[in-house]
Write a protein that binds this ligand. Structure first.
Ligand code: UFG
Length: 340
């Protein structure tokens, strides 16, 4: 079957394409506008899998251009919609850019899904939809709090848009996957995250500090009410996230009685503090990291990790990789990226 991946040149999109090409006989077409990725990703995918992906350089906020892809490919069986802006601080600085891009692209994808009668959709959501929490681990039925950033709000609205839209057409189905903190890289060391500018996220910041691109890591806050005073997150290997997409889409295809729109957490269920993440990195890379404890970062939640029972029950997904394996793969990728 033919699958359309939007944002296929991006971090999670590219790992999902690799997962599909390595483990299924699905054909993949990809749309990306390289706003935070590059066309070179497809060469890396081909090197790893030995397979070619058909790809289009298209801005999904342009409906007529988006529609052309669907008109050319009338046999698409499912869409995995990754394409979106994803930086929390950037969304706070430039909210309209986030509302425009993330919402209009989703609207256009949904319009095309309806017009071309494409039965299945997987939507990339985020645990940021939960906002600040009082009870952990978080389950899918936990009521959503106020979003802490425009980025998080685009994901709350996105899920709601998918929900309202899917219910208007009994032939369509969707799953929204709420990612916790995807990190790590493909085991080959040939594909991983390529931060375009200075990274915001912890793991690329760690690996870039270790390789010498950045001088020092600042741990944002050492006075939280956690075991060691630093924030707790649920880091999940990007290849585990990728395999969940394959399982979710396969489920929609196979199970005609599956709920029309399900929402599923993708996390390991294990909370890891910033200092524990640094220690894991130091262990697997066999080197000391240059870091200091600094002030808290605005907008950070103290602790969040998933209850992932629903993913196990509904799509038979169990994450395979632990924090050491995540860090080792990220480190291997950083070293290879440095040579490219
Ligand atoms: N951190 C540091 N120093 C850094 C970078 C991060 O101490 O230089 C800390 C943060 O304060 C936080 C943890 O590392 O405690 C993780 O931070 P990230 O920026 O890697 O990830 P976030 O949890 O803030 O955000 C991520 C994604 C968002 C997504 C969110 C969901 O970047 O896209 O998870 O909670 F919405």
């Amino acid at each position: 079957m033919k699958i359309l991946i939007t944002g296929g040149a991006g971090y999670i999109g590219s790992h999902t394409i690799i997962e599909i090409l390595e483990n299924t006989n699905w054909e993949v077409i990809s749309i990306d506008n390289y706003s935070s990725s590059s066309e070179k990703t497809y060469q890396r995918i081909e090197k790893i899998t030995g397979k070619k992906v058909t790809y289009y350089n298209i801005d999904l906020t342009d409906l007529s251009l988006t529609e052309k892809v669907f008109a050319e490919n009338t046999d698409i069986a499912g869409i995995i919609h990754f394409a979106a802006f994803k930086s929390v601080p950037e969304s706070v600085e430039n909210p309209l850019m986030y509302y425009h891009n993330n919402l209009n692209s989703l609207i256009n994808i949904l319009k095309c899904q309806a017009k071309y009668n494409i039965p299945n959709l997987i939507f990339s959501s985020s645990c940021s939809v939960y906002g600040n929490l009082t009870e952990l681990p978080v389950t899918e039925t936990t009521p959503l709090n106020k979003p802490e950033s425009p980025y998080a709000y685009t994901k709350q609205i996105g899920e709601k848009m998918v929900d309202d839209f899917i219910k208007t057409n009994a032939n369509l189905k969707a799953i929204s996957l709420r990612y916790f903190n995807p990190v790590g890289a493909h085991k080959s060391g040939l594909n991983g995250e390529v931060p375009i500018a200075r990274p915001n996220n912890l793991v690329p910041y760690i690996t870039q500090t270790a390789i010498g691109k950045l001088e020092q890591l600042t741990v944002f806050g050492g006075d939280y009410a956690t075991n060691d005073g630093t924030c707790i997150r649920d880091y999940v290997h990007v290849c585990d996230i990728a395999s969940a997409h394959v399982k979710a889409l396969q489920k929609l295809v196979d199970d005609k009685n599956f709920e029309q729109h399900s929402i599923i957490n993708l996390g390991t269920g294990v909370g890891v503090s910033v200092l524990e993440a640094i220690k894991a990195f130091e262990k697997v890379s066999n080197q000391k990291l240059n870091y200091k404890i600094g002030p808290r970062r605005a907008g950070d939640v103290e602790a969040i990790y998933a209850n992932n029972t629903k993913a196990k029950e509904l799509i038979n997904w169990t994450p395979k990789f632990n924090i050491d394996e995540m860090m080792l793969s990220a480190w291997l990728w950083e070293q290879n990226l440095n040579k490219m």
